[in-house]
Design a protein around this ligand. Structure first.
Ligand SMILES: *Cc1c(COP(=O)(O)O)cnc(C)c1O
Length: 387
């Protein structure tokens, strides 16, 4: 058997014959019941008991003091950046290897992403590369850090926990403190992932989750911000609901707001999903073990493993080809797809995308190399059930 055939057959041993997409949701709990309760109540839109219940369950699971449920993860990043003081004209550090929404949200907040490389072991923002870059381009001007090449203020860092695997968030927080920068944690993929018993998203000033259809749990579309800061939470709640001042009948608004609150019908689905979050994470961890067994002894690369000192939700399983096999990535992907296995490459590095070609960037060889070598494997939770 050729290298490519052998890879396809080993992946098929776990995911073959399922015709599942890359990551499909699993509805085995109270989803239908809560959705029909929600419809019967008449409250399907921007107010309702399921939104409060979903927020309280999210706080319970993560240990966050405050949670605000929003329409999607991108909107949550946008408001998280605004509320923590990112202003139009600022620069915000973003890992070069992330889903495009991380950088898009920075632009939505009026700022410019500034790309830094990721770590070869964690696949998340590299604290060493981050510090080197800030030393190389940053200059202090009173309280603020200015990029001496562009003249813009650097105000925040948005680390991302790639594929659910926690980045080196404690080291990143230290660098942020050293340079006086705020951290908005893009934890969109890492609900259920921890670093030394603390949930991802609780290290930065705010953390952001996504409940899109392909994430660990889904609300159809949805997102949330978590924070320990009551004022930040109140501010985000306020700007997400048109910045309307509380009044029993009058319409008065104290700034330009957004319509970003999660509808009750989405929260109803979310409550049923979050009730089964621990089960879903266990299935994903079991799926990792299945792939580990199926790919054991396969020479040509390695499955992405859990990062040191971190507990991962294993949201998306990925295989990293050795450098000597990188030139065969497309052939591997195409053969898998032909055999009905819905694999995908990793995201193209953000600093190579058309909208960000003019954005400042450090050199990003690790992001480039991971992009050229990684293959994301079918990762629906149902595949992790013992069959
Ligand atoms: C999914 C995702 C988002 C955006 O979430 P949406 O709910 O799709 O807007 C942001 N960042 C990362 C890393 C993601 O994977």
């Amino acid at each position: 058997m050729s290298f490519v055939e052998e890879f396809v057959s080993r992946v098929a041993a776990v995911a073959g014959g399922s015709s599942l997409g890359l990551h499909e949701p699993l509805f085995k709990g109270n989803e239908k019941r809560y959705l029909s309760e929600c419809v019967d109540s008449g409250f399907v839109s921007s107010v309702g008991a399921f939104v409060d219940l979903f927020e309280s369950k999210l706080k319970g699971f993560t240990g966050a003091e405050h949670a605000v449920a929003l329409v999607n993860g991108t909107a949550a990043l946008h408001l998280g950046l605004m509320a923590t003081g990112v202003r139009a004209g600022d620069e915000v550090v973003v890992p070069a290897l992330s889903f495009v929404a991380t950088a898009n949200a920075v632009v939505h907040a009026g700022a410019t992403p500034h790309f830094v490389d990721v770590n070869v072991a964690t696949w998340g923002l590299c604290p060493v590369a981050l510090r080197q870059r800030l030393i190389a381009v940053g200059i202090r001007n009173g309280d603020i850090l200015v990029n001496k090449q562009t003249g813009r203020r650097i105000s925040a860092i948005v680390p991302m926990h790639a594929l659910g695997h926690p980045a080196q968030i404690e080291e990143i927080m230290d660098v942020a403190a050293e340079f006086g920068l705020v951290v908005v944690e893009d934890s969109a993929e890492s609900l259920g992932s921890f670093v030394s018993d603390r949930h991802t998203g609780l290290f930065g000033a705010v953390g952001v989750f996504s409940f899109n259809g392909n994430k660990t749990i889904t609300t159809g579309g949805g997102g949330a911000v978590v924070t320990r800061d009551a004022d930040l939470a109140a501010q985000i709640r306020h700007i997400s609901t048109t910045a309307r001042l509380p009044h029993s009948w009058d319409f008065d608004h104290d700034q330009v707001g957004y319509n970003y609150r999660m509808p009750n019908i989405n929260a109803a689905l979310g409550v049923a999903q979050i009730e089964r979050l621990a089960v879903l994470v266990a299935l994903q961890r079991n799926l990792f073990l299945q792939y580990s067994q199926a790919l054991e002894g396969f020479s040509g690369g390695n499955l992405k493993k859990e990062n040191c000192g971190a507990s991962s939700n294993f949201w998306l399983q990925a295989f990293l080809l050795d450098e000597s096999k990188a030139h065969r990535r497309d052939e591997v992907i195409e053969s898998c797809i032909k055999s009905g296995l819905k694999v995908r490459p990793l995201w193209k590095p953000l600093n190579s995308l058309t909208p960000f070609l003019q954005s400042p960037s450090a050199s990003t060889p690790v992001s480039e190399s991971l992009y050229q070598r990684a293959i994301c494997l079918p990762s629906s939770a149902v595949l992790g059930s013992v069959r």
